[in-house]
Ligand binder design. Structure first.
Ligand SMILES: *Cc1c(COP(=O)(O)O)cnc(C)c1O
Length: 467
């Protein structure tokens, strides 16, 4: 056995050495100890493998820089910020929407202080947490009443459970959506206790299909927004006005899962085919549900708006309590919705809308700044270029629309695009970009102005870690 093991520094020496670094001193000691001990195991392995051969290599001051870097990396929080250079605006894996500045401030205020969360300041009595957003949701959408639950999946469930448990719900076959992460309309329907009654063919459904399916067991007519796919070609779906007429004729509620549910019309940005919530309410839907953190650009939430008699029934449903949103969500949602009182303000200040509607010129100048920042880091060790390309809305919205913009291409000499991709998972913060045809691409659309330089820095960090 090698006598070198004896020269490994002791834990006390290590703790004293490591905690001279200010950041390290702020970490919990037991955490440092665990990771330092794991680092010593790595050293022992290196002795065994013959990578460490001299006593001098084991001196504390020699080991310390590597050890500190190791402990720092291991003790990072698990939930971390990530730079999104994919160009997918509502990126489900990267946290969907970023909150507007006013919403971020509202969250900080709500969680650092007591609040009137469930306290009515006009009476000094107990109040309802939903009162904070109900009026503003009605003002913006034109609906009679509103309710907010944890996410849109919960919203769909509670609409069905309340209105159609033990009854049939008629849905077009072309709208039996599956959303990533195991949300499927037929399954959710089953769990809610409602029975799915499919009508039409995959590509076409007619009013008479719905009408023929209505029977004594029917509890509701439902439309589901086919948010993450499109059926093209010889197609037909029944529009809301016709559904409304059918609902009136047979006295049945018409409910719609709108998925993304935009409050801001994106037609001006060339994005067609997604109705706004206001339009769906105006066309007579009894209940509409949509996500708070997709194109709306707020916190995770499931928003239900519609006729008061139905919303009231959902409010009274016991399950509602299990789906209720917390005060941080409420604060963020109210602040986000306030921006929508002026659509122009919403477009400029809600990050999701700002990124989706960014102009060609602004994207090009952002790409230029990113390319310059990367060149400044890499000098002649990389080829940096710009090219026209496309971003996506993401979050299952506008599935077939490409958002045109400018991308930055990066080719670091001697490093493959895929090796770079992997190394970037371990930078501080990590960066996620795109690889197309073996080329490494960065889309500046989803990087904020202040992240441009940081992105260039971590790219260099990643390249250096591969040397
Ligand atoms: C995204 C989506 C859902 C689920 O919404 P979450 O907010 O993710 O729970 C449900 N239905 C449709 C049509 C969707 O697009």
């Amino acid at each position: 056995m090698s006598k070198l093991y004896r020269f490994l520094p002791s834990m006390d020496q290590i703790l004293d050495g490591i905690t001279t670094d200010k950041d390290m001193a702020a970490l919990p000691r037991p955490l440092i100890k665990d990771h330092a001990s794991a680092f010593l195991d790595i050293c022992r392995e290196e002795i065994r493998a013959g990578a460490i051969t001299e006593e001098a290599q084991l001196k504390l001051e020699v080991l310390l820089p590597r050890m500190t870097a190791y402990v720092r990396a291991q003790s990072r929080p698990h939930f971390r910020r990530v730079l999104n250079a994919t160009g997918v605006v509502v990126h489900t894996n990267l946290g969907r929407s970023l909150l507007a500045k006013s919403a971020i401030e509202a969250v900080a205020e709500a969680c650092g202080h007591y609040s009137n969360c469930e306290f009515d300041l006009s009476t000094g009595q107990r109040g309802s947490r939903y009162s904070h957003v109900e009026k503003i949701l009605c003002d913006i959408t034109g609906a009679e009443a509103a309710l907010v639950v944890n996410n849109n999946a919960a919203a769909v469930f509670i609409m069905l459970e309340t209105l159609a448990k033990g009854k049939e719900v008629i849905v077009s076959r072309g709208q039996l959506v599956e959303i990533g992460g195991s949300f499927r309309i037929p399954e959710v329907m089953k769990k809610s206790g409602a029975t799915l009654h499919e009508v039409g063919a995959t590509n076409r459904a007619h009013v008479h299909d719905y009408e023929n399916a209505i029977n004594d067991e029917t509890g509701a007519l439902m439309r589901v927004h086919t948010s993450n796919y499109r059926i093209v070609g010889f197609t037909k779906e029944v529009g809301l006005p016709e559904m409304r007429a059918l609902g009136d004729k047979y006295n049945l509620p018409v409910i719609e899962d709108l998925g993304s549910g935009s409050l801001y019309s994106l037609q001006g940005a060339g994005l067609l085919g997604e109705p706004t919530v206001q339009e769906v309410i105006a066309q007579g839907a009894d209940l509409v549900s949509f996500s708070g953190d997709k194109v709306l650009g707020g916190p995770q939430a499931g928003i239900i708006v519609g006729k008061k008699e139905y919303v009231d029934r959902i409010k009274k449903n016991q399950i509602n309590r299990a789906m209720r949103i917390d005060k941080m969500t409420l604060a963020a949602l109210e602040a986000t919705l306030r921006l929508y009182l002026d659509m122009d303000v919403a477009r400029k200040q809600v990050p999701t809308l700002r990124m989706i509607t960014a102009s060609q010129e602004s994207l090009k100048s952002k790409a230029r700044r990113l390319a310059d920042a990367i060149r400044a880091e890499f000098g002649d060790t990389a080829e940096v270029g710009m090219k026209k390309g496309f971003s996506r809305v993401g979050g299952g919205a506008f599935p077939e629309y490409d958002l045109p913009g400018t991308l930055v291409t990066l080719n670091v000499k001697g490093i493959s695009a895929d090796d770079l991709r992997v190394a970037l998972l371990d930078t501080d913060p990590p960066l996620v970009a795109r690889i197309e045809d073996d080329a490494f691409l960065l889309d500046p659309r989803t990087l904020t102005q202040t992240e441009i330089k940081l992105a260039a820095t971590v790219l260099r960090q990643a390249a250096e870690s591969l040397k």
